[in-house]
Design a protein around this ligand. Structure first.
Ligand SMILES: O=C(O)CCC(=O)C(=O)O
Ligand SMILES: [Fe+2]
Length: 314
């Protein structure tokens, strides 16, 4: 079993090709919560530069710090004991999050320029995909974007962040997780994962299955806010990253999330059984996204349902 791989260029093809691609994306959203795009329109030349600057950045500015970190010390202590005990409540990863106005790493040539260009491209791709989801869900064009960007009729701007992660080789990968299992809090996530070193898995029908590395594809998944907005038609999917003993896995996840001030609720058009065949047993709440995030930071690695309940009580 492998997650769907979709040729995104066909969305601009003949009307049959477009309809088929729309249906593939609908299936990816409804049945998997994850799919991979090939021919997504981001140039190979840009992707090659992104890979280079991110790997250079880790080598030049992060690797030494990672090797001397408390995480690695605790891990080595535990591994020496040979008790078989796992290192809990931590992730074997090194992370930096980029926004447009962050302080940029200064010792890696081309990092800021390349990542700024990459982020702009990915944001456009996210907005295209959200329009496709609008159409597939029977919502007016621009509905999801508006829900994420607007606060009381004013454009507040969605939150668009990019998380650059490295999962360095781990001498005893059975004793720690690369990134513990979770669903993503936000809206749409666009992941550029390593060409070769795997480790990302999703939970599908009770089984963990690999998100197979495919060179220069973009993996798409939907977060908790799309689940709420779609009234449960598009569920956020559990995923995790396994640590590996070989290779330094690079992954770059861009998150198109609501503004922290945006109000999120199921779309009114999707509240009826005519539009949503499997109406949720427990109705989804209406809340301000910032309140959801306050709960999420405490409960990221726990099931989402208690988060939905907790935020409805805020
Ligand atoms: O590194 C990956 O492949 C996944 C990262 C991820 O799931 C996350 O940052 O939420
Ligand atoms: Fe995630």
């Amino acid at each position: 079993m492998a997650i769907p791989v979709i040729d995104f260029s066909k969305i601009n093809g003949s009307s049959e090709e477009r309809a088929k691609t729309m249906a593939q994306i609908a299936n990816g959203c409804e049945e998997w919560g994850f799919f991979q795009l090939v021919n997504h329109g981001i140039s190979e030349e840009l992707l090659d530069r992104v890979k280079k600057v991110c790997s250079d950045y880790f080598k030049l500015e992060r690797e030494e710090g990672f090797n001397n970190s408390q995480l690695v010390k605790s891990f080595n202590d535990l591994a020496e004991k040979k008790s078989g005990e796992k290192l809990e409540n931590v992730d074997w990863e090194d992370v930096i999050t980029l926004l447009d106005d962050n302080e940029w790493p200064s010792h890696t040539p081309g990092f800021k320029e390349t990542m700024t260009e990459y982020r702009a491209e990915l944001k456009k791709l996210a907005e295209k995909l959200m329009e496709i989801m609008d159409e597939n869900l029977g919502l007016p064009k621009g509905f999801i974007k508006k829900a994420f960007n607007e606060v009381e009729g004013e454009n507040e701007g969605a939150f668009f962040g990019t998380k650059v992660s490295h999962y360095p080789p781990c001498p005893n990968p059975e004793l720690v997780t690369g990134l513990r299992a979770h669903t993503d809090a936000g809206g749409l996530i666009l992941l550029f994962q390593d060409d070769e070193v795997g480790g990302l898995q999703i939970l599908k029908d009770g089984q963990w299955i690999d998100v197979q590395p495919l060179k220069n594809t973009i993996v798409i998944n939907t977060g908790d806010q799309i689940e709420v907005l779609s009234n449960g038609r598009y569920k956020s999917t559990w995923h995790r990253v396994l640590a590996t003993s070989h290779g330094n896995r690079r992954s770059i996840a861009s998150f198109y999330n609501p503004s922290l001030k945006a109000t999120i609720a199921p779309a009114p058009q999707l509240l009826e059984s005519s539009s949503t065949p499997h109406l949720p047993l427990q109705p989804y709440p209406k809340f301000v996204f910032g309140d959801y995030m306050s709960i999420y930071v405490q409960q990221k690695f726990l099931p989402k349902e208690p988060r939905f309940q907790a935020v409805s009580a805020v």
